[in-house]
Design a protein around this ligand. Structure first.
Ligand SMILES: [Zn+2]
Ligand SMILES: [Zn+2]
Length: 454
């Protein structure tokens, strides 16, 4: 029999466990429900943890524990191997009562009128248990603060809340901010390699991948950056999100750049939404400037610093700002840095690069934030979810296919984010205009118009 100690209960409630994660040699049947790990169908097999149906993502393994050769799922193997001969389990014992807090919100900042309106509607969505609600807020609108009153209401009602986001960097940035706003509420942050692993707190902040570990767990599911890679490309993630939600739950979507499906649903009035067209500091979004250069591709091929970039650099509006340069590949990020360092005309002391495979990535992002790095060359890993107070932004080779419309809008949204420096230059350096560039600029201007700017 399971120890009904509250902590033990909370540790397993709402989880989907591998056999080895169930902490009993003999699994108590009353408390854990067994489901097959891989379902064999006539036409395809399906992993019951991640939903994978692609035959190429199943491996065959001679198994030491059952002495047979059988399937395992390669798609979700990073979260522990799902073996065909071992069941999955979810806790089916007494569901824990989550705390109903009296006044959990310890944040006492002010919301702007636009934020207030969004926050008000979010509260209504939670109060009335709407199924879905989308907040379309421009980059720098201050969407985290807009969530506070909705989360507060959820906690008052004793609900369990998950904030899911595609990127570990964003989980790390969100955790202290949410914790600061709800100082007495236990919050855990889950991502690959996180210190906290248990996932037993009333508020969970997690990468969407970590949701594979949950089963009918959350009353309120907040999905940040719903449009972001890889949620819209990878069927695993919607599968995991759906299973992690309780049957009667409210799902909140946040986005600055909604994708077609959601825009269509909004247009057809099939999805309740609110629109926040103005940044929290009340200034318009910086509109990117296009700079055309025929020699760009050639210069970048040899990792030379493009002349058009140097020309802009000499004449920029405010040379106190740090510079964030986006490039399409890791190779270019690393190599262009050496050229920038060698160029004596570049007025920056500390120049560095960062990308997804950089082991010091967290450290470098922090250093840039503390102004210990003046010029940072990055791949798209910094396109969203990060805030630096005073930067100009340059995209080298903005015509490259990695820079789609949403990416370019998000990248432009890195400039002018603080009230102290609410503007910033955004330069798209290219050797031929693309649809993505034109659409991104059009969208940004449209948002500014909606926000009441000319
Ligand atoms: Zn799987
Ligand atoms: Zn086996």
């Amino acid at each position: 029999m399971v120890n009904n100690d509250l902590l033990v209960l909370h540790r397993y409630a709402g989880k989907l466990l591998l056999q080895k994660e169930v902490p009993f040699a003999v699994i108590p049947q009353n408390d854990f429900t067994k489901i097959p790990s891989i379902k064999r169908n006539l036409l395809y097999n399906q992993c019951q943890r991640c939903g994978n149906q692609k035959s190429s993502l199943f491996g065959v393994i001679p198994c030491a524990s059952c002495s047979k050769t059988h399937l395992y799922c390669r798609n979700c193997v990073a979260m522990g191997r799902v073996m065909e001969c071992e069941s999955l389990y979810y806790y089916a014992g007494i569901a824990p009562d989550w705390t109903s807090y009296e006044s959990p919100l310890t944040w006492n900042g002010e919301l702007t009128p636009y934020q207030k309106e969004a926050s008000h509607q979010l509260v209504q969505a939670i109060q009335e248990s709407w199924k879905e609600f989308l907040i379309w807020a421009v980059c720098g609108a201050g969407k985290t603060e807009m969530l506070f009153q909705g989360i507060e209401l959820g906690l008052k009602l004793g609900k369990r809340i998950c904030i899911a986001t595609p990127r570990a960097d964003v989980v790390r940035e969100l955790k202290p901010r949410i914790q600061q706003a709800f100082q007495d509420v236990p919050i855990q942050a889950l991502y690959g390699g996180s210190e906290e692993k248990e996932g037993s707190s009333q508020i969970i902040i997690a990468t969407t991948h970590q949701l594979l570990r949950f089963y009918k767990s959350f009353d309120i599911m907040i999905i940040d950056e719903i449009d972001a890679f890889p949620y819209h490309k990878d069927a695993t993630l919607p599968f995991a999100v759906n299973r992690a939600k309780k049957t009667n739950s409210t799902t909140i979507y946040l986005t600055a750049t909604p994708r077609k499906e959601h825009r269509l649903q909004i247009a057809l009035k099939q999805l309740a939404h609110t629109y926040v067209p103005v940044r929290y500091h009340g200034k318009p979004l910086p509109v990117p400037q296009l700079k055309m250069s025929f020699s760009l591709k050639k210069e970048l091929k040899w990792y030379n610093v493009p002349k058009a970039f140097l020309q802009w650099l000499r004449n920029r509006d405010n040379d106190k700002r740090q510079l964030l340069i986006f490039v399409p590949s890791i190779l270019l990020a690393e190599n262009i840095v050496s050229s920038l360092k060698k160029d004596s005309t570049i007025p920056f002391q500390v120049i560095d690069s960062v990308h997804s495979e950089d082991e010091q990535r967290m450290d470098k992002i922090e250093k840039f934030r503390r102004r210990e790095i003046d010029l940072l060359v990055t791949t798209t890993i910094l396109e969203r979810g990060v805030t630096f107070p005073s930067v100009d932004v340059v995209v080298l080779d903005a015509g490259h296919s990695v820079f789609d419309e949403a990416a370019l809008i998000q990248i432009a949204g890195r400039a002018g984010r603080s009230a102290d420096d609410p503007t910033g230059e955004v330069i798209f350096l290219h050797d031929g205009k693309t649809d993505a560039m034109v659409k991104a600029i059009h969208s940004i201007k449209l948002m500014n118009k909606k926000g009441g700017f000319k």
